[in-house]
Structures are given as structure tokens and as C-alpha cells.
Write a protein that binds this ligand. Structure first.
Ligand SMILES: [Fe+2]
Length: 245
């Protein structure tokens, strides 16, 4: 059983298409998406359309949960925009603009996604979460202590927890017996080279698994220019995040 896990696409058409080409080569039985399909990209409608098409085509073999930015956009208030503009200006202005360009049917789609899911494959219990099992907004970063990540995951009954949110890939084999893998991000990767990352998971008939992060090369400079061309206040800060350090 082969599964591709994608996360944090953030309306990035270029990255999504390149990753899907790579996933086609991997030829998985299932695809899981860990949320944040919209906000702070340049084509949220394209991504929502593609995700819904994939869900219709793959049926139960495609599973998706909601990310924190999906929730932000679909539950947005003037107060949230104001607050986000104060704390993270480019994200606040992006939120305001994305609300104007994202189709209502797509905002509704992300609004109704579940926050987490349990899936059992060959006896292996998997939980899909966006941040951590205890919070959609919690960061499972690299180099946390075993104790910290155990506290974040103790309320999960899964053997394998798949998360995203931080846009930085990492993994933990914990003393509580669980494995936690952060899939990284397709559309707003925060690795040094800003290249999209997804997960390739293989599970054998006894539930033993092997997991690998896959990095895909793409034209991040082109995407940075697309973001810049949106022209809203502080979008240059957002565009800069797509360029290599
Ligand atoms: Fe995200």
C-alpha cells in the first residue's frame, strides 16, 4: 500500500502541479491532504477546483482535513483581519484580498472539512492532523524534546500521526510508542531552498511502514513574481518568503 501525503498547498498552482507530476510517478493507492489549501498564494480557486476533482475521482482513497488557514478564511471577521494586519501585516492583507477572490463554494468546501481523521490500514492506526493531535494551531517543529512531542500526542490513539502546519518537514519516533511525521509544505515551503516537500508512505501487509520526505524542484522565482503581481499592501514581504535564503 503506497500513500502520498500532501500539506499546506496555500493556493500555489505551480507547486501543486509539479508535486502531482511527481506523485504520478510514485503511483500511490491513496492520497491524504493535511489542510491549508488556501490563503497567501496566488490561485486559491485553481487549487480548490483540483482538490475537489481529486476527491470525486479517488473517492475514499482521497482524504482531506481542514488547516488553520482554511478555518481563518472560512470563519473570517473584520476583527480577525484587523488583528492579523497588526500581528502579521502581509498575512492580514492577504486574508482580506483572498476573501475577495476565492469563490463562495470553495470557502464553503474548506469550512466543512473535519479537523482530524483516523484511518486504519493493515492494522496500523493513522491519525491525520494539521498542527498536532491536541490543536490545529500547534507547531511540531524539528528539534523539540521527546517529552514535548509526547505531551502533544498523548491524547491520540494512533500509532502514526501525520501533521503539517509548520511548513518544515521533520519526524519523531517517540518514547510513548508513537511515530509523528510532519509532511512539510507544498505551496509555502520554509526549508532553506523553499522547494515543495511531500511524504511517500509505504505500509506492508502486517502494518509495518516506511516513510520518506520527497523534495520536488520548481520555479519559486516565478511564484514569487505571481505573488508580487497581486499588488496588495505588504505583498512584497509575502513574495520574499518564496525566495531562497
Ligand atoms: Fe500552512
Amino acid at each position: 500500500m503506497k500513500i502520498a501525503i500532501i500539506s499546506d498547498i496555500h493556493g500555489n498552482e505551480e507547486a501543486y502541479n509539479k508535486v502531482m507530476e511527481d506523485i504520478e510517478q510514485f503511483n500511490p493507492n491513496k492520497i491524504f491532504c493535511l489542510g491549508d489549501i488556501i490563503l497567501a498564494g496566488y490561485n486559491p480557486n485553481y487549487i480548490c477546483k483540483k482538490i475537489i476533482e481529486l476527491k470525486d475521482k479517488m473517492k475514499d482513497d482521497f482524504q482531506i482535513i481542514q488547516g488553520n488557514t482554511d478555518k481563518m478564511v472560512s470563519n473570517c471577521t473584520d476583527e480577525l483581519i484587523k488583528k492579523t494586519k497588526e500581528t502579521f501585516p502581509c498575512m492580514g492583507y492577504s486574508l482580506e484580498e483572498d476573501l475577495k477572490i476565492t469563490k463562495k463554494e470553495y470557502i464553503n468546501f474548506v469550512k466543512n472539512l473535519p479537523e482530524n481523521k483516523y484511518i486504519e490500514i493493515n492494522g496500523l492506526k493513522i491519525q491525520l492532523v494539521h498542527g498536532s493531535p491536541r490543536s490545529q494551531n500547534e507547531n511540531i517543529y524539528p528539534e523539540l524534546t521527546d517529552k514535548t512531542v509526547c505531551e502533544m500526542t498523548n491524547n491520540s490513539s494512533a500509532d502514526l500521526i501525520l501533521c503539517g502546519h509548520t511548513h518544515i518537514p521533520c519526524g519523531y519516533s517517540l518514547s510513548n510508542g508513537k511515530t509523528v511525521i510532519n509532511a512539510g509544505s507544498i505551496g509555502r515551503s520554509m526549508t532553506k531552498d523553499k522547494m515543495p516537500v511531500y511524504l511517500q508512505l509505504t505500509i506492508d501487509k502486517n502494518g509495518k511502514f516506511f516513510v520518506e520526505h520527497k523534495i520536488v524542484k520548481y520555479d519559486n522565482i516565478k511564484v514569487s513574481k505571481h505573488i508580487l503581481s497581486r499588488g496588495f499592501k505588504h505583498c512584497e514581504d509575502l513574495a520574499g518568503m518564496f525566495l531562497n535564503e
